[in-house]
Design a protein around this ligand. Structure first.
Ligand SMILES: [Ca+2]
Ligand SMILES: [Ca+2]
Ligand SMILES: [Ca+2]
Length: 277
């Protein structure tokens, strides 16, 4: 009898364990599983267009404000607005770049034409200042969630917001400050006249829930706006030092370097991080 009781208790314990395991499993279910990312890309684009039509760039305060009489909506400043298509996770996205200042990489006194490296490629490492906000509605931005006002380096493979890679290709860098006699500036590294713009980035090119790393982010699936200034970049960035710039390691030529796997012996390593290919 005791033995039967014991078995019964064991069975009970087993049932309890199964239930608790099930609870644990439920806790790890992807909360974004039901999202149709193709539809989200379309509604994000609609939201961004509405925002661009309802706001303008205020030069005096270097900020975006709700449209008022006498000002021109961002969307209607066609000569300053670049509309750019970008592919990511095999989905089509559109981002918008409002140009404030192109950037001047040539020092006015000591520079030469060769100092102008043009625009960075999608995969080039960039040195930039930025401040980021979420686009909450056509008339509302969040407070600044992140900013860097002195400049920081960013490498393609570590960028959390993929829209940056595309957006920065529209800007030029600035030039290094020098002493009056042309010597290296005797102070902190200082760039002047960097290219300035505002990037409007759909959620699929920022903290998308297609990437499990973003599940816990407070910015998951939000459209973002970044005020940016490009100070410098590494032309022909070659992440794996194989002599081919990363921008040329895009085998299927779709602007996304993370979906090209030409080396069958290392199927998980994209070409731009694989020095043997
Ligand atoms: Ca390479
Ligand atoms: Ca590719
Ligand atoms: Ca390679």
């Amino acid at each position: 009898m005791n033995k039967i009781k014991h078995i019964f208790l064991l069975l009970l314990l087993g049932v309890a364990l199964i239930y608790s395991c099930d609870d644990d499993n439920n806790a790890f279910v992807n909360p974004f599983a039901d999202i149709n990312h193709e539809a989200l890309a379309i509604s994000d684009n609609d939201s961004i267009i509405k925002f661009l039509k309802n706001n303008y760039y205020d030069m005096a305060t270097d900020s975006v404000k709700t449209l008022v009489e006498g000002e021109i909506a961002l969307f209607d400043e066609q000569e300053k607005l670049t509309i750019m298509d970008a592919k990511r996770n095999d989905l089509d996205y559109t981002l918008y770049i409002y140009h404030i200042k192109e950037g001047n990489p040539i020092h006015p006194d000591f520079g030469e034409a060769a100092d102008d490296k043009g625009n960075p490629a999608v995969s080039d490492s960039i040195y930039a200042k930025y401040s980021g906000q979420s686009i909450l509605s056509s008339s509302e931005l969040s407070t600044v969630f992140d900013a860097n006002t002195s400049g920081a380096w960013f490498s393609y493979e570590r960028l959390a917001v993929r829209g940056w890679s595309f957006g920065f290709t529209n800007l030029k860098g600035g030039y290094l400050k020098k002493e009056d006699n042309g010597d290296t500036y005797n102070g902190p590294i200082t760039y002047l006249e960097g290219g300035k713009g505002i990037l409007f980035i759909p959620s699929g090119l920022s903290y998308t829930s297609l990437n499990p790393n973003n599940y816990g982010s407070s910015l998951v699936n939000q459209n973002l706006m970044f005020n940016v200034e490009l100070l410098d970049f590494v032309q022909f960035t070659d992440h794996d030092n194989d002599g081919r710039p990363s921008s040329e390691e895009d085998a299927n030529d779709d602007g996304d370097l993370e979906n090209d796997f030409s080396d069958n012996s290392q199927p998980g390593v994209p070409d731009y991080l694989n020095p043997t290919i």
